[in-house]
Design a protein around this ligand. Structure first.
Ligand code: FES
Length: 155
């Protein structure tokens, strides 16, 4: 009788060890998948702030064009190229070119040609961003690098 109880206890012990091992292996798989998924999310959120805009001659003197990818207005005047963010400093809507300046369609903020707030709820001016010409001859904008509104890329 005692031998039968011992055999039953041993069987129970082996079963519980197997269940515990399976649980540990399962939690390891879940943790690994979670890490991979989180890494992918981080990679998505850490997109480069540098955008290729094109050749300098793509931007005619006296013009200003909106580029959807970097969400920038890129223009050229007598001093060179410049780029100003189209992202409204109020709640992030895309401003429209309003001739001399810019106007936000969402809550009515208005900005002058230098991006300074001249009306509406926007708390800060529009940002001018750094431009460079790389050895391949193309113009790039770094939307994370702000510059003075008077800065120009001479091309
Ligand atoms: S988002 Fe531009 S005024 Fe509100």
């Amino acid at each position: 009788m005692a031998q039968a109880d011992d055999a039953r206890d041993e069987g129970r012990r082996r079963f519980l060890v197997k269940v515990g091992a399976a649980g540990l292996a399962g939690s390891g798989v879940v943790a690994t998948l979670g890490t991979v998924a989180f890494s992918d999310l981080r990679a998505y959120n850490e997109r480069s702030p540098v955008f290729k805009l094109g050749r300098p001659e793509d931007f005619a003197s006296g013009t200003r064009v909106y580029l959807d990818g970097p969400r920038l207005f890129v223009g050229r005047d007598t001093r060179g190229l410049y780029a100003v963010s189209a992202v409204c400093s109020h709640l992030g809507c895309i401003v429209r070119d309003g001739g001399e300046g810019f106007a936000c369609p969402c809550h009515g903020s208005r900005f002058d040609a230098r991006g300074a707030v001249i009306g509406g709820p926007a708390p800060r001016p529009l940002s001018y961003v750094a431009l460079t010409v790389e050895p391949n001859g193309l113009v790039y904008a770094n939307v994370a690098s702000r510059v003075d509104p008077d800065d120009r890329l001479e091309v």
